[in-house]
Design a protein around this ligand. Structure first.
Ligand code: NAD
Length: 356
Protein backbone atom coordinates (compact mmCIF):
# COMPACT_ATOMS: atom_id res chain seq x y z
CA UNK A 1 0.00 0.00 0.00
CA UNK A 2 1.50 3.39 -0.98
CA UNK A 3 0.07 6.70 0.13
CA UNK A 4 0.24 10.08 -1.54
CA UNK A 5 -0.88 13.32 0.14
CA UNK A 6 -2.05 16.36 -1.79
CA UNK A 7 -0.30 19.65 -1.15
CA UNK A 8 -3.54 21.62 -1.06
CA UNK A 9 -6.25 19.68 0.80
CA UNK A 10 -8.44 22.80 0.94
CA UNK A 11 -9.17 22.64 -2.79
CA UNK A 12 -12.38 20.89 -3.84
CA UNK A 13 -10.68 19.31 -6.83
CA UNK A 14 -7.72 17.80 -5.04
CA UNK A 15 -8.22 14.87 -2.69
CA UNK A 16 -6.76 14.82 0.77
CA UNK A 17 -5.07 11.47 0.21
CA UNK A 18 -4.68 8.75 -2.40
CA UNK A 19 -3.85 5.22 -1.30
CA UNK A 20 -2.66 2.80 -3.98
CA UNK A 21 -3.77 -0.77 -3.37
CA UNK A 22 -1.49 -3.45 -4.70
CA UNK A 23 -1.54 -6.79 -2.89
CA UNK A 24 0.17 -9.44 -5.00
CA UNK A 25 -0.95 -12.36 -2.84
CA UNK A 26 -4.70 -11.70 -3.25
CA UNK A 27 -4.65 -9.82 -6.57
CA UNK A 28 -6.13 -6.71 -4.97
CA UNK A 29 -5.31 -3.80 -7.29
CA UNK A 30 -6.90 -0.37 -7.16
CA UNK A 31 -7.06 2.73 -5.06
CA UNK A 32 -8.74 4.37 -2.08
CA UNK A 33 -9.24 8.09 -2.64
CA UNK A 34 -9.95 10.15 0.47
CA UNK A 35 -11.35 13.38 -0.90
CA UNK A 36 -12.16 15.07 2.38
CA UNK A 37 -12.45 14.33 6.09
CA UNK A 38 -13.60 17.84 7.02
CA UNK A 39 -17.16 16.69 7.82
CA UNK A 40 -16.14 13.36 9.36
CA UNK A 41 -14.58 10.08 8.17
CA UNK A 42 -14.37 9.88 4.37
CA UNK A 43 -17.25 7.56 3.50
CA UNK A 44 -18.27 6.04 0.18
CA UNK A 45 -18.77 2.63 -1.34
CA UNK A 46 -16.33 0.25 -2.99
CA UNK A 47 -16.56 -0.25 -6.76
CA UNK A 48 -15.37 -3.56 -8.27
CA UNK A 49 -15.17 -3.06 -12.00
CA UNK A 50 -13.20 -3.76 -15.16
CA UNK A 51 -11.11 -0.77 -16.16
CA UNK A 52 -9.20 -0.63 -19.46
CA UNK A 53 -6.18 1.00 -17.78
CA UNK A 54 -4.89 2.41 -14.50
CA UNK A 55 -5.50 6.00 -15.55
CA UNK A 56 -9.23 5.49 -16.09
CA UNK A 57 -9.50 3.66 -12.74
CA UNK A 58 -7.81 6.57 -10.96
CA UNK A 59 -9.90 9.18 -12.76
CA UNK A 60 -13.10 7.36 -11.84
CA UNK A 61 -12.02 7.02 -8.19
CA UNK A 62 -11.12 10.73 -7.95
CA UNK A 63 -14.46 11.88 -9.36
CA UNK A 64 -16.44 9.41 -7.27
CA UNK A 65 -14.65 10.42 -4.05
CA UNK A 66 -15.25 14.12 -4.67
CA UNK A 67 -18.90 13.38 -5.43
CA UNK A 68 -19.19 11.65 -2.05
CA UNK A 69 -17.98 14.78 -0.22
CA UNK A 70 -20.65 16.84 -1.98
CA UNK A 71 -23.33 14.17 -1.49
CA UNK A 72 -22.64 13.70 2.21
CA UNK A 73 -22.52 17.45 2.87
CA UNK A 74 -25.74 18.03 0.92
CA UNK A 75 -27.53 15.27 2.84
CA UNK A 76 -26.43 16.79 6.15
CA UNK A 77 -24.35 13.75 7.13
CA UNK A 78 -21.40 14.06 9.52
CA UNK A 79 -19.18 12.33 6.96
CA UNK A 80 -16.49 13.33 4.50
CA UNK A 81 -16.10 11.82 1.06
CA UNK A 82 -14.04 8.90 -0.21
CA UNK A 83 -14.22 5.89 -2.47
CA UNK A 84 -12.46 2.57 -2.99
CA UNK A 85 -12.13 1.35 -6.57
CA UNK A 86 -10.80 -2.13 -7.36
CA UNK A 87 -9.97 -3.53 -10.78
CA UNK A 88 -11.48 -6.97 -11.44
CA UNK A 89 -8.46 -9.26 -12.06
CA UNK A 90 -8.21 -10.67 -15.57
CA UNK A 91 -7.01 -14.04 -14.26
CA UNK A 92 -8.70 -16.47 -11.86
CA UNK A 93 -9.03 -14.93 -8.41
CA UNK A 94 -10.35 -15.61 -4.94
CA UNK A 95 -12.95 -12.93 -4.31
CA UNK A 96 -13.04 -13.35 -0.53
CA UNK A 97 -9.25 -12.98 -0.38
CA UNK A 98 -9.40 -9.70 -2.31
CA UNK A 99 -11.98 -8.20 0.03
CA UNK A 100 -10.13 -9.40 3.12
CA UNK A 101 -7.02 -7.64 1.76
CA UNK A 102 -9.12 -4.52 1.25
CA UNK A 103 -10.25 -4.82 4.89
CA UNK A 104 -6.61 -4.79 6.01
CA UNK A 105 -5.85 -1.71 3.87
CA UNK A 106 -8.88 0.11 5.32
CA UNK A 107 -7.87 -0.85 8.86
CA UNK A 108 -4.41 0.64 8.26
CA UNK A 109 -6.13 3.99 7.60
CA UNK A 110 -7.43 3.85 11.16
CA UNK A 111 -10.91 5.27 10.53
CA UNK A 112 -10.03 7.88 7.92
CA UNK A 113 -12.07 5.94 5.32
CA UNK A 114 -15.30 3.93 5.78
CA UNK A 115 -16.48 1.64 2.98
CA UNK A 116 -19.76 0.00 1.90
CA UNK A 117 -21.26 -1.42 -1.33
CA UNK A 118 -21.18 0.19 -4.75
CA UNK A 119 -21.34 -1.16 -8.30
CA UNK A 120 -20.05 -4.73 -8.34
CA UNK A 121 -19.94 -5.32 -4.58
CA UNK A 122 -22.44 -6.83 -2.15
CA UNK A 123 -23.10 -7.74 1.48
CA UNK A 124 -20.85 -10.86 1.24
CA UNK A 125 -17.91 -8.68 0.10
CA UNK A 126 -18.46 -6.24 2.97
CA UNK A 127 -18.63 -9.17 5.38
CA UNK A 128 -15.16 -10.22 4.20
CA UNK A 129 -13.90 -6.64 4.62
CA UNK A 130 -15.33 -6.67 8.16
CA UNK A 131 -13.09 -9.60 9.15
CA UNK A 132 -10.24 -7.10 9.34
CA UNK A 133 -11.81 -3.74 10.10
CA UNK A 134 -14.80 -2.11 11.78
CA UNK A 135 -14.66 0.81 9.32
CA UNK A 136 -17.26 -0.78 7.05
CA UNK A 137 -21.05 -0.67 6.65
CA UNK A 138 -23.58 -2.35 4.37
CA UNK A 139 -23.38 -5.49 6.51
CA UNK A 140 -26.38 -7.69 7.19
CA UNK A 141 -28.79 -5.62 9.32
CA UNK A 142 -29.50 -6.76 12.83
CA UNK A 143 -33.19 -6.74 13.59
CA UNK A 144 -34.72 -3.29 14.01
CA UNK A 145 -31.48 -1.48 13.06
CA UNK A 146 -30.39 0.19 9.81
CA UNK A 147 -28.00 -1.84 7.65
CA UNK A 148 -27.87 -4.28 4.76
CA UNK A 149 -28.07 -3.46 1.07
CA UNK A 150 -28.36 0.35 0.72
CA UNK A 151 -29.94 0.25 -2.75
CA UNK A 152 -33.65 0.20 -1.70
CA UNK A 153 -33.06 3.51 0.09
CA UNK A 154 -31.33 4.94 -2.98
CA UNK A 155 -34.22 3.81 -5.20
CA UNK A 156 -36.79 5.37 -2.82
CA UNK A 157 -35.00 8.74 -2.86
CA UNK A 158 -34.67 8.75 -6.66
CA UNK A 159 -38.34 7.80 -7.07
CA UNK A 160 -39.59 10.64 -4.85
CA UNK A 161 -37.25 13.11 -6.57
CA UNK A 162 -38.57 12.00 -9.94
CA UNK A 163 -42.10 12.71 -8.75
CA UNK A 164 -41.10 16.27 -7.75
CA UNK A 165 -39.22 16.85 -11.03
CA UNK A 166 -42.04 15.50 -13.23
CA UNK A 167 -44.67 17.55 -11.42
CA UNK A 168 -42.45 20.65 -11.63
CA UNK A 169 -41.31 20.38 -15.24
CA UNK A 170 -44.19 18.51 -16.94
CA UNK A 171 -47.07 19.36 -14.60
CA UNK A 172 -48.16 15.71 -14.72
CA UNK A 173 -48.27 12.89 -12.17
CA UNK A 174 -45.78 10.03 -12.39
CA UNK A 175 -48.62 7.69 -13.35
CA UNK A 176 -48.92 9.58 -16.63
CA UNK A 177 -45.32 9.41 -17.88
CA UNK A 178 -42.95 7.05 -19.66
CA UNK A 179 -39.57 6.56 -18.00
CA UNK A 180 -36.49 5.25 -19.84
CA UNK A 181 -34.31 3.46 -17.29
CA UNK A 182 -30.66 2.76 -18.14
CA UNK A 183 -29.40 -0.14 -16.02
CA UNK A 184 -31.62 -2.57 -14.11
CA UNK A 185 -29.18 -3.50 -11.37
CA UNK A 186 -29.75 -3.16 -7.64
CA UNK A 187 -31.16 0.37 -7.81
CA UNK A 188 -32.59 0.38 -11.35
CA UNK A 189 -34.64 -2.77 -10.77
CA UNK A 190 -36.21 -1.43 -7.58
CA UNK A 191 -36.87 1.93 -9.21
CA UNK A 192 -38.68 0.09 -12.02
CA UNK A 193 -40.77 -1.75 -9.42
CA UNK A 194 -41.84 1.52 -7.76
CA UNK A 195 -42.59 3.23 -11.08
CA UNK A 196 -44.63 0.25 -12.27
CA UNK A 197 -46.59 0.25 -9.03
CA UNK A 198 -47.28 3.97 -9.55
CA UNK A 199 -48.59 3.30 -13.06
CA UNK A 200 -45.71 4.76 -15.11
CA UNK A 201 -44.74 3.13 -18.42
CA UNK A 202 -41.20 1.77 -18.63
CA UNK A 203 -38.53 1.40 -21.28
CA UNK A 204 -35.40 -0.35 -20.04
CA UNK A 205 -31.90 -0.98 -21.36
CA UNK A 206 -29.56 -3.36 -19.59
CA UNK A 207 -26.27 -5.02 -20.63
CA UNK A 208 -27.33 -8.20 -18.87
CA UNK A 209 -30.15 -9.67 -20.99
CA UNK A 210 -31.52 -11.81 -18.13
CA UNK A 211 -32.02 -8.69 -15.99
CA UNK A 212 -33.68 -6.87 -18.92
CA UNK A 213 -35.99 -9.85 -19.48
CA UNK A 214 -36.91 -9.87 -15.78
CA UNK A 215 -37.95 -6.20 -15.86
CA UNK A 216 -39.97 -6.83 -19.03
CA UNK A 217 -41.75 -9.82 -17.49
CA UNK A 218 -42.36 -8.33 -14.04
CA UNK A 219 -43.19 -4.73 -14.94
CA UNK A 220 -44.26 -4.85 -18.59
CA UNK A 221 -41.25 -2.78 -19.65
CA UNK A 222 -40.31 -2.36 -23.29
CA UNK A 223 -36.66 -3.38 -23.78
CA UNK A 224 -34.43 -1.00 -25.75
CA UNK A 225 -30.84 -1.45 -26.84
CA UNK A 226 -28.12 0.01 -24.62
CA UNK A 227 -27.03 2.28 -27.50
CA UNK A 228 -30.47 3.75 -28.12
CA UNK A 229 -31.91 4.24 -24.61
CA UNK A 230 -30.83 7.89 -24.48
CA UNK A 231 -33.02 8.65 -27.50
CA UNK A 232 -35.98 6.57 -26.34
CA UNK A 233 -39.36 8.27 -26.71
CA UNK A 234 -39.81 8.92 -23.01
CA UNK A 235 -40.69 11.82 -20.71
CA UNK A 236 -38.02 10.96 -18.17
CA UNK A 237 -34.53 9.50 -18.55
CA UNK A 238 -33.25 7.68 -15.45
CA UNK A 239 -29.52 6.84 -15.65
CA UNK A 240 -28.98 3.95 -13.22
CA UNK A 241 -25.84 2.37 -14.71
CA UNK A 242 -22.43 4.05 -14.80
CA UNK A 243 -21.22 7.65 -14.99
CA UNK A 244 -20.51 9.98 -17.91
CA UNK A 245 -23.69 9.15 -19.81
CA UNK A 246 -24.67 12.81 -20.35
CA UNK A 247 -22.28 14.39 -22.86
CA UNK A 248 -22.84 17.11 -25.43
CA UNK A 249 -23.34 14.36 -28.05
CA UNK A 250 -25.84 12.34 -26.04
CA UNK A 251 -27.78 15.39 -24.79
CA UNK A 252 -28.40 16.42 -28.42
CA UNK A 253 -30.23 13.09 -28.90
CA UNK A 254 -32.14 13.11 -25.60
CA UNK A 255 -35.94 13.04 -26.00
CA UNK A 256 -36.87 13.23 -22.32
CA UNK A 257 -37.49 16.59 -20.65
CA UNK A 258 -36.54 15.35 -17.17
CA UNK A 259 -33.36 13.50 -16.16
CA UNK A 260 -33.40 11.91 -12.71
CA UNK A 261 -31.51 8.74 -11.84
CA UNK A 262 -29.20 6.99 -9.42
CA UNK A 263 -25.90 6.82 -11.31
CA UNK A 264 -23.00 8.79 -9.87
CA UNK A 265 -21.24 11.38 -12.06
CA UNK A 266 -23.83 11.42 -14.83
CA UNK A 267 -22.37 14.58 -16.42
CA UNK A 268 -19.35 13.72 -18.59
CA UNK A 269 -18.07 17.27 -18.00
CA UNK A 270 -19.59 20.05 -15.85
CA UNK A 271 -20.59 22.19 -18.89
CA UNK A 272 -23.22 19.57 -19.80
CA UNK A 273 -25.43 21.01 -17.04
CA UNK A 274 -25.88 24.18 -19.13
CA UNK A 275 -26.38 22.18 -22.31
CA UNK A 276 -29.19 20.25 -20.65
CA UNK A 277 -30.85 23.49 -19.55
CA UNK A 278 -30.47 24.97 -23.08
CA UNK A 279 -32.07 21.79 -24.45
CA UNK A 280 -35.08 22.40 -22.17
CA UNK A 281 -34.27 19.50 -19.84
CA UNK A 282 -34.73 19.67 -16.08
CA UNK A 283 -31.74 17.86 -14.61
CA UNK A 284 -31.96 16.59 -11.03
CA UNK A 285 -28.32 16.53 -9.84
CA UNK A 286 -27.18 12.96 -9.19
CA UNK A 287 -25.57 13.46 -5.79
CA UNK A 288 -28.67 15.21 -4.47
CA UNK A 289 -31.14 12.52 -5.53
CA UNK A 290 -29.10 9.36 -4.92
CA UNK A 291 -28.22 10.01 -1.27
CA UNK A 292 -30.66 7.43 0.18
CA UNK A 293 -28.08 4.63 0.21
CA UNK A 294 -25.38 6.61 1.98
CA UNK A 295 -27.95 7.82 4.51
CA UNK A 296 -28.68 4.18 5.36
CA UNK A 297 -24.93 3.46 5.51
CA UNK A 298 -24.48 6.42 7.87
CA UNK A 299 -27.36 5.19 10.02
CA UNK A 300 -25.77 1.77 10.31
CA UNK A 301 -22.25 3.07 10.98
CA UNK A 302 -23.28 5.79 13.42
CA UNK A 303 -25.95 3.74 15.22
CA UNK A 304 -29.05 5.74 14.27
CA UNK A 305 -32.61 4.41 14.41
CA UNK A 306 -34.48 3.25 11.30
CA UNK A 307 -36.92 6.14 11.86
CA UNK A 308 -34.04 8.64 11.70
CA UNK A 309 -32.83 7.07 8.43
CA UNK A 310 -36.34 7.16 6.93
CA UNK A 311 -36.86 10.78 7.94
CA UNK A 312 -33.59 11.74 6.25
CA UNK A 313 -34.44 9.80 3.08
CA UNK A 314 -37.85 11.51 3.03
CA UNK A 315 -36.07 14.89 3.19
CA UNK A 316 -34.26 14.33 -0.14
CA UNK A 317 -37.14 15.22 -2.50
CA UNK A 318 -38.13 18.42 -0.62
CA UNK A 319 -34.43 19.44 -0.72
CA UNK A 320 -34.43 18.96 -4.51
CA UNK A 321 -37.63 21.02 -4.80
CA UNK A 322 -35.96 23.81 -2.87
CA UNK A 323 -32.93 23.69 -5.18
CA UNK A 324 -35.27 23.95 -8.21
CA UNK A 325 -36.71 27.13 -6.65
CA UNK A 326 -33.24 28.58 -5.90
CA UNK A 327 -32.09 27.87 -9.48
CA UNK A 328 -35.24 29.54 -10.86
CA UNK A 329 -34.71 32.55 -8.64
CA UNK A 330 -31.01 32.91 -9.56
CA UNK A 331 -31.42 32.03 -13.22
CA UNK A 332 -28.82 29.28 -12.75
CA UNK A 333 -28.81 25.57 -13.47
CA UNK A 334 -29.99 23.28 -10.69
CA UNK A 335 -26.50 21.76 -10.70
CA UNK A 336 -24.96 25.18 -9.95
CA UNK A 337 -27.50 25.76 -7.16
CA UNK A 338 -26.64 22.35 -5.68
CA UNK A 339 -22.86 22.83 -5.96
CA UNK A 340 -23.08 26.25 -4.28
CA UNK A 341 -25.17 24.81 -1.44
CA UNK A 342 -22.86 21.81 -0.92
CA UNK A 343 -19.75 23.99 -0.92
CA UNK A 344 -21.33 26.42 1.55
CA UNK A 345 -22.19 23.51 3.85
CA UNK A 346 -18.62 22.15 3.66
CA UNK A 347 -17.18 25.61 4.28
CA UNK A 348 -19.46 26.16 7.30
CA UNK A 349 -18.22 22.93 8.90
CA UNK A 350 -14.60 23.88 8.21
CA UNK A 351 -15.14 27.27 9.91
CA UNK A 352 -17.00 25.66 12.84
CA UNK A 353 -14.17 23.23 13.49
CA UNK A 354 -11.57 26.03 13.30
CA UNK A 355 -13.58 28.11 15.81
CA UNK A 356 -14.01 25.19 18.22
P1 NAD B 1 -25.47 -2.46 -10.14
O1 NAD B 1 -24.10 -2.89 -10.52
O2 NAD B 1 -26.31 -3.35 -9.31
O3 NAD B 1 -26.31 -2.09 -11.45
C1 NAD B 1 -25.81 -1.44 -12.56
C2 NAD B 1 -26.43 -2.12 -13.77
O4 NAD B 1 -26.16 -1.34 -14.93
C3 NAD B 1 -25.85 -3.51 -14.03
O5 NAD B 1 -26.93 -4.43 -14.08
C4 NAD B 1 -25.15 -3.39 -15.38
O6 NAD B 1 -25.26 -4.57 -16.17
C5 NAD B 1 -25.91 -2.24 -16.01
N1 NAD B 1 -25.17 -1.48 -17.01
C6 NAD B 1 -23.88 -1.06 -16.97
N2 NAD B 1 -23.63 -0.28 -18.04
C7 NAD B 1 -24.78 -0.23 -18.77
C8 NAD B 1 -25.17 0.44 -19.97
N3 NAD B 1 -24.31 1.20 -20.65
N4 NAD B 1 -26.42 0.28 -20.41
C9 NAD B 1 -27.31 -0.48 -19.72
N5 NAD B 1 -27.01 -1.13 -18.58
C10 NAD B 1 -25.77 -0.98 -18.12
O7 NAD B 1 -25.28 -1.01 -9.45
P2 NAD B 1 -26.32 -0.23 -8.55
O8 NAD B 1 -26.00 -0.46 -7.12
O9 NAD B 1 -27.71 -0.48 -9.03
O10 NAD B 1 -25.90 1.26 -8.87
C11 NAD B 1 -26.28 1.89 -10.08
C12 NAD B 1 -25.70 3.30 -10.12
O11 NAD B 1 -26.17 4.06 -9.03
C13 NAD B 1 -24.16 3.35 -10.02
O12 NAD B 1 -23.67 4.42 -10.77
C14 NAD B 1 -23.92 3.61 -8.54
O13 NAD B 1 -22.68 4.24 -8.29
C15 NAD B 1 -25.08 4.54 -8.25
N6 NAD B 1 -25.48 4.53 -6.84
C16 NAD B 1 -25.84 3.37 -6.24
C17 NAD B 1 -26.23 3.40 -4.90
C18 NAD B 1 -26.68 2.15 -4.20
O14 NAD B 1 -27.27 2.27 -3.10
N7 NAD B 1 -26.48 0.97 -4.76
C19 NAD B 1 -26.20 4.60 -4.19
C20 NAD B 1 -25.84 5.77 -4.84
C21 NAD B 1 -25.46 5.73 -6.18
Amino acid sequence: MTTQKSSDPASYDLPKKIVNLNDIDSGLSGTIVIHSTRQGPATGGCRFWNYPDTQSLHQDAMRLAKGMSFKNAMAGLPLGGGKAVINIPQVNFDRAKIFRALGRAIQALNGEYVTAEDVGTDIADMTNVAQYTRFVAGLRASSGRPGGDPSPFTARGVFECMRVAVEGRLDRPLSDVTVAVQGAGNVGFQLCAMLHEEGAKLIVAEHNSAKAAAVAARFGAEVASCNSIIEAKADVFAPCALGGVLSSRSVAKLQAKVVCGAANNQLAVPEVAEQLADHGVLYAPDYVVNAGGIINVAGEYLGWTIRNVEDRVNAIAPRLKNLFAVADQNGSTVQAAADNRAQALMMATALDSRAA
